[in-house]
Structure formats: C-alpha cells, structure tokens
Design a protein around this ligand. Structure first.
Ligand SMILES: [Zn+2]
Length: 401
C-alpha cells in the first residue's frame, strides 16, 4: 500500500497546482481517474474554470459521515532556492521532494490510499466516509471548501472532519507529542515571558478551548454537537453516484493491515543562526515549538495551556481526542496528542463555522522540516508517509465503525 500512496503523491507533485499560477482541475481529474479505477465513487466539481475539487464516497450503513479533507493547490516556489525540481517529484534518501509533499498533497495521497483500502477489502463502514481534496485553500478556500460547503450536501451529516494543520511531532519534557489542531486564529506574540499569559487574540482567547461552532455568524443556528436536521439531507444529484464495482475475483488482499509503525528517527538539528520565527503564522509557530526541544526556546505557554490534561471535561472534542489517543496506543505508539490552536487559518474553519467537530491531524515524524512548507526543498520522509497512512487508516476505521 505504501507504493500505491507514494505513486499517488508523486503523481500529484508532478501536476503543477501552484496558487495563482496553475489551476487544480488536472490534479482533481488525476485523483478521479485513480479512485475510479479502484471502484471508488467520486465526482469532480469546477465552480470556476480550472478550479477543480474532488469528492469520493465510501458508503456506510448510515448517512452520517466522517470527512477526510485535504487541498490540491500549493504555495508558489522560488525555483533557485531549491536543490530539487520543485514541480517534479524526486525520491532520494528515503524522502519524496517536491512542492506540496507536506502541504498538502501528502495528505491527499494518504486519504486516497485509505479510500482504496476500503474498496479492496470490501469494507462497508457503519458511517459513510467522504474524502474531499479541494481547490483554492492557499488563497482563501472560496472556490474549494467554501463552495462545496455552500453548494453541495457533502458535509451535511458530518460528525467529524479530519484535515491538515496538525500532526507534527514535538518533543518536550522527554516525551514526544503530536500536535492536533483543534482551533485556529490564535495570535501568539514573541515577547511572552515565562508565566505571563499571552494577550488575547482577535479570534480566540489564549488557552480557551475552541468549541465547535464557536465562530458561527449571527443568524446561523447549529449548536455544538447538534445533529444535522432531517431537512439537511443531501439533494439528489449532489452526491457522487457509486461508480464501477470492484471486479469479480478481486479478493481483499491479506496482509494489508497496518503494522504498528516504525518509530521516527531523531532528525536534523536546526542549524546555528537558524532562528525560528514567531508571529501570526502557524508554520512559524510549529518551527518555534520544534526548536524548543533543543533548548533554544521554550514551548509557548499558549501551547501548554491546551495540554491534554486539561481536556478532562466531558466535551465532544475531548472524547474525539481520547479516541485518537487510544488509536495510537492500539498501534503500540507512545506519542501524546497535544491539542493546539494555530495562529493562521486553514480550510478547517469552514467546517468549524458550521458547528462540525474538526481536527487538523496529518501525523509525521520530527525529521520532516516544517520550514519546507511554503519554503524550499519541501519533502516528506517515506517513513512518515507510511506512518501517517497507518495511523490515519486506523483512525478512520475506528471512527467509522
Ligand atoms: Zn495546507
């Protein structure tokens, strides 16, 4: 399965989808072809010329659903800052280099592999599983996730959305954490002193646990945890219809169950003089957290203020976090989930605005350089791609059963 996921990722990297430069439609069509040939029902949407998004559906016994989200577009590149061709995948030293490897084509490839796993093993989950890879995330999501939210019924019965924005490995206090994005829009300043409370951000109070639906606009009614109403059923024609069936004789493959993952190896040290930036960008804050394990910086108190220990109240989000933590334990993994609020915004906000519990979680090892995201020489370790596939497959199986 790793070969399959790797093939999807390298195929996606080879399709230029740079924000403002190249449209997403060829990448949406590439995934449509690959999913259709495995019998996964899918549909492509093109609300503006070239701005393609795709959805795929694994029908469950119920219409309530788990949504797997990623985006097809990427940041632009400054070619002469790269040591590898940014718009063509290069596999070297156990890494896959190319624009989008981490943000967010790697996650697109993992979700595609998970959809194919369901089909190959003829699994009918209890809950419907919807995968969507969308256009336009890097410039606001208007032609992608927002358009799908406003114009399709794809997410009407969503009970959980898993997207990007978390999953980076952080070490502190001798323990390894995976960040797990539970909110966004927090402002973190650089000048926070030990013990001092971060200043309130515009969107969320530091340390405040974002509640699903917290950012609802006046007039919007969904309450946190509220189930979609019967009138919100997807309309005919909005859902992709089941496509080709798996071919007769295509038996589920034995041995495709994920093995408890390999442990990520200790990675590169930040170079002297490579001071992590802080500010209002989630990537920068992740670098800041990452560097803190080398003693250069401490982890921001705003991050510690959302430690799992504080998720003891019986909220919907704490239940979700505990369930994923149990998935990690079941896989023999020791990482602790570190819920946090990113300063920047992602497409996850469109789901949160609709009151859908949403997390950002694409777990990768600490050897992956977060500075590659929107920077140069972006890569993902193949061991991390494998680990993400194993963890997220088990997570999706767990939540959809
Ligand atoms: Zn992204």
């Amino acid at each position: 399965m790793l070969d399959y996921v790797t093939g999807i990722l390298t195929g996606l990297i080879d399709i230029d989808t740079r924000c403002g430069v190249a449209p997403e439609m060829p990448a949406a069509q590439f995934l449509q072809t690959r999913l259709s040939e495995e019998g996964v029902a899918c549909a492509v949407y093109e609300p503006a010329p070239g701005r393609g998004s795709i959805s795929a559906v694994i029908p469950g016994a119920e219409t309530s659903r788990i949504v797997l989200h990623a985006h097809l577009d990427t940041a632009d590149v400054i070619v002469n800052e790269w040591h590898y061709p940014p718009l063509r995948a290069t596999v070297n030293n156990g890494r896959i280099y190319g624009r989008g490897a981490l943000d967010c084509k790697g996650l697109c490839a993992v979700w595609t592999g998970i959809c194919v796993y369901f089909m190959k093993n003829r699994l009918k989950p209890q809950k419907t599983v919807v995968f969507t890879a969308t256009a336009d995330e890097e410039s606001g999501g208007f032609w992608g996730t927002k358009w799908l939210c406003d114009n399709t019924g794809l997410f009407n019965k969503a009970e959980l959305v898993i997207g990007e924005g978390g999953g980076f490995a952080v070490e502190a206090d001798g323990r390894r954490y995976f960040t797990l994005q539970t909110g966004e829009g927090l402002q973190i300043g650089e000048e926070i002193q030990p013990g001092e409370k971060p200043q309130p951000g515009e969107k969320l109070q530091p340390g405040e646990k974002p509640q699903p639906g917290e950012k609802l606009q006046p007039g919007e009614k969904p309450q946190p945890g509220e189930k979609p109403q019967p009138g919100e059923e997807p309309q005919p024609g909005e859902e992709p219809q089941p496509g080709e069936k798996p071919q007769p004789g295509e038996e589920p493959q034995p041995g495709e169950k994920p093995q408890p993952g390999e442990k990520p190896q200790p990675g590169e040290k930040p170079q002297p003089g490579e001071e992590p930036q802080t500010g209002y960008c989630d990537r920068a804050t992740l670098d800041y957290m990452h560097a803190s394990k080398y003693g250069k910086r401490r982890i921001d108190p705003a991050v510690f203020s959302t430690m799992p220990e504080e998720y003891t109240e019986n909220s919907q989000m704490s239940g979700i976090i505990r369930q994923i933590q149990q998935v990690l334990r079941n896989l023999g993994r020791n990482e602790i989930l570190l819920p946090f609020t990113t300063p920047g915004f992602s497409d996850n906000r469109f789901f949160r605005e609709r009151g859908i519990p949403t997390i950002g979680f694409f777990p990768v090892g600490p050897e992956n350089s977060i500075s590659g995201i929107h920077g140069s020489d972006e890569y993902i370790e193949m061991s991390s791609l494998k680990m993400a596939y194993e963890i997220l497959l088990e997570t999706v199986l767990n939540f959809s059963r």
